[in-house]
Design a protein. Sequence first.
Lengths: 167, 398
Amino acid sequence: MRAPGGRGDTGERIKVSIAEFAIASTGTITTSGLGSCLGVAIYDPHAGVGSLLHPMLPRRNGDDDRPPARFVDSGIDAVVGALGEAGADPSTLRAKVTGGAAVVDFSTDDGYSIGDRNIETAREVLAARGIELVGEEVGGDCGRTMRVDAATGGVTVQRTDGIDTEL
Amino acid sequence: MQIDIDSLETYNRLAREGASSAAESLSGLTGIETHVEVTNISLMAPADLKYEYLGGEFSGVRIELDGALDGETVLTFDEAARETIADVLAPGADAGMRKSSIEEVGNILTSGFIDGWADHLDAVIDISPPTYLEGSGTDVLPAETADADEQVFVFRSRVESASGSLDFHILLVPKRESLVEALEPTADDAVPFEKLEVFNEMTKSGAERAADNVTTMTGLETDVEVNRMRFVPVDKVPAAVGDQRYVGTVMEYTGKPSGYLVILFDRPSAEAVVDALVPMETDGEWSEMEQSAMKELGNIMTSGFIDGWANVLESSIDHSPPTFVSDMGSSIMSPIVGRMARSQEHAFLLDSMIRTDTDGVFRCELFALPDEAELREVLDDLLVERADKTHVDPDEVF
């Protein structure tokens, strides 16, 4: 089983694309090509279950025809629901966030890019859901690849400028 | 012959579901997680199918389809996948048994892929016994379509595993009449097949002019090698471009249609063109001067590309100054697609590849992403007889 809403149980690496998420209790969940998109890891270290969400836009704005994992707000809600079903305790969830870069400098953004809006929305939504944001490596103008250790919530972020960060 | 664009969405979904079912079967057989990375429908000249098989050794199966859908399906495993499958299903076996395991797995996966189509059409699709395929690049091309001179729709899915050990491609190439019949256009806004072909040809001549402009500016010989129109779910555009590192420019254009043009060079090619324009030593970073040389090149290529469209469409299309980009292809596409996804679920991705004939050093891809609704309007208004007007005729202007 796999994203969206799938659960990996083979202990292998699971790859997540844009507008998808996956949850797993073993192995690694990865996503690449994070530009203005976010990589959001939400996990319960006590239950040993984690997730990776790759949303593209900030808010779904009630448009229920659109895939939930495309948006930061509805994506987080979908992941939290799936984590609960997988045995995570919703009250002890933690999150780590990366991405939200301005890889393309659109002059029409007036200095406030899709990436900036995605980051801001993730902070707001996580706070509103009572999920502690324990690490972030966001913004800038580089693409990123994210790896999440499903059981521990350990995150590695590789930036295309060669800088790697552990969260 | 009319094509109902909305039904392309249905067929894209069918191809994706078929590929998912094949991916699940393969995961079930091998215990390795696989994932449909991208599914799209391309309109292309059959000869351009070779683009799907650039580099590497492939093996797999071909089956011929008859009945409700007439054409062929080709499923190919790359070399690593072939080894993985043989190691899992026929460990330590001789070459013959290893080949049989590929054939058997290929047969199971293609049957699963086709079943969904038969269910949707509520009709029988007859499939031939599988023919084993093995070879490099074009050796595994679909046989019947390879020499046809009219454009064909190609349904293509790329399935990947996170470790890269179990990747495969599945291609469905229906015969043209059979597909049009199966698509059964009912909507009022169906588009004649010929208009899509004309638009695709316009894009190719646009790319050719962009390539000529590169040659004029840099002295590097260039040629447009591949050109295709892909119809792809908007979320999947970044995956369609891939994670390879690129250097290039992004332009936003306004008019009818509006959209984005992304010109991406692989790194050695970017260095080659910039060296030709600004011959000076650099330390690997892209200096201001090199970035502005790349932007100037982007400007000139874009003008060549867009002017042809505007001339055939009899509309005015302006473009923004180019923005320099250097990153993973998928990361570059993500903010563009983010903007487009506010108003559309599917994208027309017009993709042309410019290469050199000589040593293969030079490689550049042009990705045009017109606004979907505006492109439909433009196609509706398109006069097929203006198709050859991609060059400006001075007599018409003055």
